[in-house]
Design a protein around this ligand. Sequence first.
Ligand SMILES: [Mg+2]
Length: 122
Amino acid sequence: MTDSDTTVATLRDRAVVFRDERDWMQFHLPKDLALAVTVEAGELGELFLWKLPDEVTNGLASPEFRTRLADEMADVLIFLLYLAEATGVDLSEAVDAKIRKNGAKYPVERSRGSAAKYTELG
Ligand SMILES: [Mg+2]
């Protein structure tokens, strides 16, 4: 399964089956799912913490590092899918809406090639 043939709904449904087979929904309170997203995001960040640019480049060329990176990225998304399911948020719609909002905050003509926050754009 690849990005091109997988939808957010498909991933959510697979994660829900995994959860329900283990009777873990009882533990999936929105508060805990939100915390789990941050914990997993921390584990993702830890892969890069205190590494110099060359060390990151070398890591990205290493199959072992790439596996750990993919695992942590997947963990973040899995808990986000659970949080979306638990709160009734349509993630596809939310992402689409947020990209539109960001487009309004960062018009191409004012933000192209700039890393400035929208409040600082000229
Ligand atoms: Mg993890």
